[in-house]
Design a protein around this ligand. Structure first.
Ligand code: PEP
Ligand code: MG
Length: 881
């Protein structure tokens, strides 16, 4: 194997190379180059870690000699001596991958201590107690990390020693006790390993380095990487940093702390954090002792506080990012031990972006690209109050389907949910799944939880459209409608008991967890205005109601990319009529009901078009199969069987018969979309009429309305032309009736595979295209969009067969290829053809990048995701210039 340079002293490393040095190593070397006070040290590269694994868990021969050369360099810099009984050099051995994985890998402190050097440390510091305390901490950490000794065994000895001496605090243990503890700790290690505890610092160092490399493949670290999507191109192996020990626990002129250069919660320009006097770094991080607010350091140690402030501003200026810093003060001397980009809340990211542009630290492009667009979601919804979550029991976890937190009482029945909501009770609707006929209950519920379904299931899409928190596919949740209760993980929740759902994480809690209100601040508006000028893609909304349209405008939507007309039939005053329409036994009966529905729909269109004045509104004709609007046959049979008071038995029997007639084995590929329009033309006719009449009415009122009509589930030009004939017929009638010209575009969805492949034919009739990426993904994978995410997709991801659900982020290779064909063929015939996407992917930053690259005209997302889409589109435009 090629001999690579395995070790870099902090001053000689190229600190830009985080992949090689890891984040911690890069930060330490950068600070050293900036002449900030960093204890001398060096980094063993991530390449050495990879070689270690390639080599069957053995270090290459040149590694240890290089390490020892660098130890000699440190000796020269510090005047201390390795393995010295007078002035010993001690080091820390710290892991550090290219991306921070807090607490996932191992660190060893005070390495180099043994029975001789401990005496040297005691002499040099004139503090034997400190020396022996450091020694016992070292053996414990080393024993745990290198030998895998159970921490409890050490704790047991420590506790007995405290008892023996009659003290409760570790810091009160006297020298004798500490010496005894050291000898007992060693015995534990010797018993565990059947060998003597290594006394030689060289051996200690080699074992520690190997242990850090091993921790890269430890279970904790593997799971963390999996959960956080840390792939090899993000972080490949860990580096090891060997750093001269400096001690914050050498008395009252010593201390240690962790700070952010700006407030991580609200973004204010102030140093935020905590410190402890006479303590080691781990005490602050582990929260063993409660730290003091950093502002107090100014009074306690003014010189160190000054040095800290200077270091903070120097580092911020250099990295052009707020930093997260660890420092130690040893006998009045200030040291920096770590710096990295501060992880901040969404609100803080927004504020610091705007502030740093004003301070001329960064430009607007950087201000936009440094914000993970997805994180902005937290600012648009109620979120769980993290400060108050303690003490609330976690109930179960499902798929996070619509963000935001909501609390309320559990209700398992649609009718009861409606009644309770109308009585001002806060309700969480809990169902196995939902159907269009359940939608009235969505309006009266704070949030929705289902045990089945995925991100593009009915419950998920409707909730997102309404901006209601929703969790779906909660497979561990067993709902018992019969007894009005649900059970998961051995916990039972009865109807009426309080629960909280977090639609951003998928977690359900028992009880009413407090929430925090959304915060659309002035700074957020500023970021959005910068993003709007930077982006190229159009951003439209998926909105089906006047309220959703207004909200979408408020958030900056430039039109509606998808108005699902079936939603309008779900409102409480319409669903009955719609059922009557389905139940009609002849055409004239059906037409009568449809007329009424048409009037209602027209008034909705008028309001939506008004709210979107000046912008296009794409109105999609009816898509779901008719049986979705009827109750389940099982439920109807149950009602007939129970025959409760008030039940109209003969009517219920009729509905059952119709429901059975319309039932399908595979409804997602069944009698829906354009197929309904072809077999029940009167439905599409009435909907087209409603659109035209709304347009005429608004034009009379001088409102600039721009509706366009879109047909779902089209697979052939013959289907599209069939509906176009109805459209043309209605158009000429209405034009005649009102003696006016109507200008409403006629287009098609591309959501059937064949539609993408024959887009060159469809474009002859269609005036615009819109990709329905939900159905397209379902078709391309042959994965049911209702079930896949709740059934086998999690295992696919666990087994790395898929990195992410294709229902969440566009599958570029498969679905993306089809989209490219659709676009290319369409634009070859109509160069400026408008092509959008309106599946759930329209709000996903990675899918938005793909759309930007593929010259899609616009993406359409639910109203609450519009700001994310705007920022993600701007990021794509900036990064993919
Ligand atoms: C789609 O299939 O992507 C789409 C937008 O339509 P729906 O989700 O309503 O089927
Ligand atoms: Mg669809």
């Amino acid at each position: 194997m090629a001999k690579l340079k395995p070790v870099y002293a902090f001053e000689e490393a190229n600190s830009k190379n985080r992949m090689l040095l890891g984040g911690k190593g890069a930060g330490l070397s950068e600070m050293t180059r900036l002449k900030l006070p960093v204890p001398p040290g060096f980094t063993i590269t991530t390449q050495v870690c990879n070689q270690y694994y390639d080599n069957n868990r053995k270090l290459e021969k040149n590694v240890i000699p290089e390490v020892m050369k660098n130890i000699t360099k440190i000796e020269k810099k510090t005047g201390k001596k390795w393995n010295s009984a007078n002035n010993p050099l001690l080091v820390s051995v710290r892991s550090g991958a290219a991306i921070s994985m807090p607490g996932m890998m191992d660190t060893i402190l005070n390495l180099g201590l043994n029975d001789q050097t401990v005496l040297g440390l005691a002499k040099k510091t004139d503090n034997p107690r400190f020396a022996w305390d450091s020694y016992r901490r070292f053996i414990q950490l080393f024993g745990k990390v290198v030998f895998g000794v159970d921490d409890e065994k050490f704790d047991h000895i420590l506790n007995s020693a405290k008892k023996r001496q009659g003290v409760t605090d570790d810091s009160k243990l006297n020298l004798d006790s500490l010496k005894k503890i050291v000898s007992e700790y060693k015995k534990i290690c010797n018993n565990h390993t059947k060998r003597k505890f290594p006394n030689n610092p060289n051996e200690q160092l080699q074992l520690a380095i190997e242990a850090v490399f091993k921790s890269w493949m430890g279970e904790r670290a593997i799971v963390y990487r999996e959960k956080n999507n840390i792939t090899k191109n993000i972080a490949n192996g860990t580096a090891v940093n060997i750093v001269t020990m400096v001690f914050g626990n050498m008395g009252d002129d010593s201390g240690t702390g962790v700070v952010f250069t700006r407030n991580g919660n609200n973004g204010k320009k102030e140093i935020e954090g905590e410190y402890l006097i006479n303590a080691q770094g781990e005490d602050v991080v582990a929260g063993v002792r409660t730290g003091k607010d950093i502002s107090k350091l100014k009074i306690e140690m003014p010189k160190s506080h000054r040095e800290l402030s200077n270091a903070c501003s120097k580092l911020e200026k250099h990295f052009r990012e707020p930093q997260d810093i660890e420092f130690t003060i040893e006998k009045g001397k200030f040291y920096l031990l770590q710096t990295r980009t501060a992880k901040m809340s969404a609100g803080a990211l927004v504020k610091t972006s705007v502030d740093m542009v004003r301070e001329k630290l960064i430009d607007k492009n950087r201000a936009l690209t440094r914000i993970p667009a997805q994180q902005l979601e937290a600012l648009l919804h109620k979120t769980i109050d993290q400060n108050k979550i303690k003490g609330f029991e976690r109930f179960v976890k499902g798929i996070a389907a619509s963000p935001g937190a909501a609390n309320g009482i559990a209700v398992f029945d649609v009718k009861r949910a409606i009644a309770m909501g109308e009585n001002n009770k806060k309700v969480i609707l809990i169902r196995q799944e939902t159907k269009p006929e359940d939608v009235p209950a969505f309006f009266s519920s704070e949030g929705i939880l289902t045990s089945q379904g995925g991100k593009s299931s009915h419950a998920a899409i409707v909730s997102r459209g309404m901006g209601k928190p929703c969790i779906v596919g909660c497979a561990d949740l067993k709902i018992d409608y019969e007894n009005n209760r649900c059970v998961a993980n051995g916990i039972t929740v009865l109807e009426g008991e309080p629960v909280t759902i977090d639609g951003s994480t998928g977690v359900v809690y028992i009880g009413e967890v407090p929430t925090v209100a959304p915060q659309v601040t002035k700074d957020f508006q500023t970021i959005l205005s910068w993003a709007k000028s930077a982006k190229k893609l159009g951003i439209r909304a998926n909105a089906d109601t006047p309220d959703a349209a207004k909200l979408a405008r408020k958030f900056g939507a430039e039109g509606i990319g998808l108005c699902r007309t079936e939603r309008m039939f779900n409102a409480t005053d319409r669903i009955g009529l719609f059922v009557d329409m389905i139940m009609a036994t002849n055409e004239s009966q059906r037409n009568q009901v449809l007329k009424k529905l048409g009037q209602l729909q027209k008034s909705d269109f008028v309001q939506i078009l008004k709210a979107m004045e000046g912008y296009k509104v794409t109105i999609r004709l009816l898509d779901p199969p008719l049986h979705e609007f009827l109750p389940n046959p099982e439920e109807l049979m149950d009602r007939i069987y129970k025959n409760k008071k008030g039940e109209n038995l003969s009517q219920t029997k009729k509905v059952l018969e119709r429901a059975k007639e319309l039932a399908e084995i595979n409804p997602m590929m069944g009698h829906r979309g354009v197929r309904v329009g072809i077999t029940y033309p009167e439905i599409y006719r009435i909907q087209i009429t409603a659109v035209f009449e709304a347009a005429v009415e608004l034009s009379k009122k001088k409102v600039n309305a721009k509706p366009q009509i879109m047909i779902p589930q089209v697979g052939s030009i013959a289907e599209l032309n069939h509906i176009k004939e109805i459209y043309d017929d209605v158009k000429s009638k209405i034009q005649k009736k009102y003696n006016t010209k109507i200008n409403v575009n006629f287009g098609t969805m591309l959501e059937v595979v064949r539609a993408c492949l024959t887009s060159d034919e469809l474009v002859k009739t269609a005036e615009f295209f819109s990709f329905g990426t939900n159905d397209l993904t379902q078709a391309v994978f042959s994965f049911s969009r209702e079930d896949a995410e709740g059934k086998f997709l999690p295992e696919y991801m666990e087994k790395e067969l898929l990195e992410i659900s294709p229902f969440q982020s566009i599958d570029v290779n498969g679905v993306g290829s089809l989209m490219k064909i659709g676009i290319k063929q369409g634009r070859a015939i109509k160069k400026d053809l408008e092509i959008g996407i309106c599946g759930e992917h329209g709000g996903d930053p990675n899918s938005i990048r793909f759309c930007h690259l593929s010259n899609v005209s616009y993406v359409s997302a639910s109203p609450h995701r519009i700001p994310i889409a705007i920022v993600a589109a701007a990021q794509a435009a900036i990064e993919l210039k």
